[in-house]
Design a protein around this ligand. Structure first.
Ligand code: HEC
Ligand code: HEC
Ligand code: HEC
Ligand code: HEC
Ligand code: HEC
Ligand code: HEC
Ligand code: HEC
Ligand code: HEC
Ligand code: HEC
Ligand code: HEC
Length: 329
């Protein structure tokens, strides 16, 4: 009987935990679906056309004409274009002398009385479903309530484009930790302006870490560092696996974007061998003796002084007959 009760309890516990897991999945799905949807339409409002807005928003209408959305031709857009393509039909807003509760606003997104971040994105996605919107639903930014207009600005001098501010400042607003790394001594030339975050990241995509590669992280690195591609006769497994095992792409204190200095970097996977022993005749035979100062000496040596072909080599090393895969030349 007792065992039966325990069994029943265990089965019950299992059912409950499965239900809980399914529950979280369902609520997560529910959340991401609810997140991106069109806002409720303003009751009774009809479309009045951009010229109707000019009566009271003359400056904005004039400036808008120069922007990419202001220059759209009819054939480029299904449905409405102009101011109301984003702000929704404006008749009630106009009839009520510019009542701001009767028009869709983007200046109070996520605040009480404002549209949600998901609703703000949905308005853009009506027309951008096929480019930026393709993978937006699973995008890490979307899942964290970042919206299109956190990065894009619609009403600004057309010469400035559509980004709120240039990279990387745009990204640093929210990614302070990455800014700190980019300022480390070893870094990709981002702060010199020769590279952008979006050289490696796709802002609208869903790959892990938003990386610009459908394949492995390694393939992304090899786009610009083809000399490390191989295949080599003598390969180094971690290099084949993922460059970021040893390198941090954003910046490091150690040289060469290395996550740690040598030999510590290498000692995560290897033992010290150099300087740690020496050979000495004992009873007429050459014996291996631990070197009392060995570790100290070896610790002060960079492994790549000898293993210079750390990414792979086509030439056998010569020191130990029959071995030769030491990545030394
Ligand atoms: C009769 C004058 C009038 C007309 C016409 C008019 N508006 Fe307004 N609108 C206003 C006033 C007044 C405000 C409030 C301004 C403020 O608070 O700075 C306003 C505010 C807004 C806001 C909210 C701004 C914010 O704070 O986020 C939006 C969006 C807007 N109008 C869009 C439109 C659009 C689109 C049209 C054309 C369909 C239009 N308006 C036509 C008078 C008008
Ligand atoms: C492509 C979408 C889009 C279109 C088209 C658009 N807006 Fe906006 N509007 C926005 C967003 C997003 C904001 C929030 C601030 C920003 O990003 O510039 C905004 C802000 C505003 C504001 C309040 C802030 C301010 O600068 O005063 C007003 C008023 C406004 N829009 C009116 C208009 C009018 C009038 C038109 C047509 C000439 C228009 N909008 C066309 C998306 C749009
Ligand atoms: C009525 C349809 C429509 C709406 C709504 C709309 N767009 Fe666009 N947008 C377009 C079209 C069409 C283009 C020009 C074609 C292109 O380059 O993709 C464009 C261009 C852009 C570009 C510049 C692309 C480039 O090549 O430089 C950005 C960025 C952009 N839109 C962002 C937004 C954002 C953010 C919103 C929502 C606030 C939005 N759009 C709403 C239709 C729309
Ligand atoms: C985290 C910042 C960020 C967010 C959020 C974001 N974008 Fe972008 N977007 C960019 C950057 C940066 C570019 C410049 C293109 C590049 O170099 O990848 C860009 C480019 C674009 C373009 C030009 C064509 C293209 O695909 O490269 C369009 C259109 C666009 N964005 C629309 C949108 C829409 C619509 C949303 C919301 C669904 C959105 N963006 C959200 C940063 C962002
Ligand atoms: C040379 C390619 C490259 C460049 C340039 C780059 N990144 Fe990354 N980023 C990566 C890789 C690869 C990852 C995967 C995680 C890792 O191994 O560090 C990543 C991860 C991230 C992450 C998520 C994980 C984390 O480390 O916090 C953020 C956020 C990020 N990058 C932001 C940025 C920003 C902001 C910029 C521009 C200042 C930038 N990245 C420039 C390659 C790059
Ligand atoms: C408005 C704030 C905001 C801006 C601006 C912004 N991000 Fe993010 N970003 C976030 C948040 C929130 C997350 C999710 C949580 C996290 O990983 O920090 C995120 C996540 C990421 C990730 C990690 C995705 C993953 O799979 O873990 C990358 C990469 C990234 N952002 C790159 C960028 C780049 C590049 C820019 C500039 C073009 C940028 N972000 C601009 C808020 C922002
Ligand atoms: C868009 C091109 C591009 C991509 C993608 C790229 N790099 Fe780089 N990388 C560069 C440039 C440019 C430099 C600077 C070269 C110079 O200064 O001579 C550099 C330098 C480096 C350096 C040497 C840094 C130093 O301090 O001298 C390392 C290590 C490196 N990259 C690793 C990586 C890794 C790992 C990845 C993949 C996560 C990657 N790179 C992706 C362009 C790229
Ligand atoms: C096992 C650790 C490790 C892995 C994995 C690794 N590297 Fe390196 N990388 C190093 C070390 C150590 C140096 C410094 C070399 C030196 O000082 O001789 C370096 C230097 C570099 C440099 C700058 C100097 C040069 O040779 O141009 C680049 C670029 C680079 N690595 C790219 C890559 C790429 C791309 C990958 C992935 C295909 C990768 N690394 C994988 C350890 C590694
Ligand atoms: C993430 C683990 C890892 C790191 C970090 C690492 N290695 Fe390796 N290394 C390996 C593996 C796995 C092998 C293959 C061993 C085998 O084939 O028996 C290897 C092989 C080697 C070989 C060839 C020896 C042989 O017998 O095949 C040398 C030399 C070497 N590593 C040196 C280094 C140096 C120097 C560093 C630091 C710059 C380093 N490794 C960092 C995992 C690592
Ligand atoms: C003074 C030169 C020198 C230094 C410094 C050095 N090695 Fe070696 N290492 C060698 C030689 C020579 C071999 C034998 C290569 C061959 O012919 O196969 C070797 C072999 C290896 C092997 C192959 C397996 C083994 O134990 O025989 C590994 C792994 C290795 N070294 C890792 C390291 C690491 C990690 C460091 C840094 C802590 C390091 N080495 C420092 C010269 C050196």
């Amino acid at each position: 009987m007792k065992r039966r009760t325990i069994q029943t309890l265990m089965i019950l516990a299992l059912i409950i935990s499965v239900a809980m897991v399914m529950g979280t999945c369902a609520s997560m799905k529910g959340k991401s679906k609810a997140m991106i949807k069109m806002p409720v339409a303003i009751k009774g409002a009809t479309y009045e056309g951009t010229e109707a807005c000019a009566d009271c928003h003359e400056d904005l209408v004039n400036q808008f004409k120069g922007t990419i959305h202001g220059r759209l031709a009819d054939f480029e857009v299904k449905g409405h274009k102009g101011c109301e393509s984003c702000h929704g039909p404006g008749s009630v807003h106009i009839e009520n002398d510019g009542d701001t509760t009767k028009i869709i606003r983007f200046t109070n997104v996520g605040k009480p009385g404002g549209i949600t971040p998901g609703e703000a994105s949905a308005i853009c996605l009506r027309c951008h479903a096929k480019d930026a919107g393709m993978d937006w639903r699973g995008n890490e930014h979307a899942l964290n309530d970042v919206t299109c207009i956190d990065c894009h600005k619609i009403h600004q001098d057309p010469a400035k484009g559509t980004l709120k501010m240039p990279e990387p400042q745009l990204c640093y607003q929210c990614h302070q930790d990455i800014r700190a790394k980019v300022n480390y001594p070893s870094h990709h030339p981002i702060r010199e302006g020769k590279m952008k975050c979006t050289d490696c990241h796709n802002m609208h995509g869903t790959s892990v870490n938003n990386l610009k590669t459908e394949e492995r992280t390694r393939d992304l690195c090899l786009k610009c560092h083809a000399d490390k591609q191989g295949p080599y006769t003598y390969q180094h497994p971690p290099v084949e696996e993922d460059c970021t095992i040893c390198h941090d792409p954003h910046g490091t204190v150690a040289d060469n974007l290395l996550k740690q200095n040598e030999p510590f970097l290498c000692l995560q996977c290897h033992h010290l061998h150099f300087h740690t022993v020496f050979y000495s005749p004992v009873n007429g035979q050459n014996r291996m003796i631990p070197n009392p100062h060995g570790s100290q000496m070896a610790m002060g040596t960079r492994c790549t002084q000898c293993h210079s072909q750390i990414h792979g080599s086509d030439l056998p090393s010569l020191s130990v007959p029959g071995q030769g895969k030491g990545l030394t030349r």
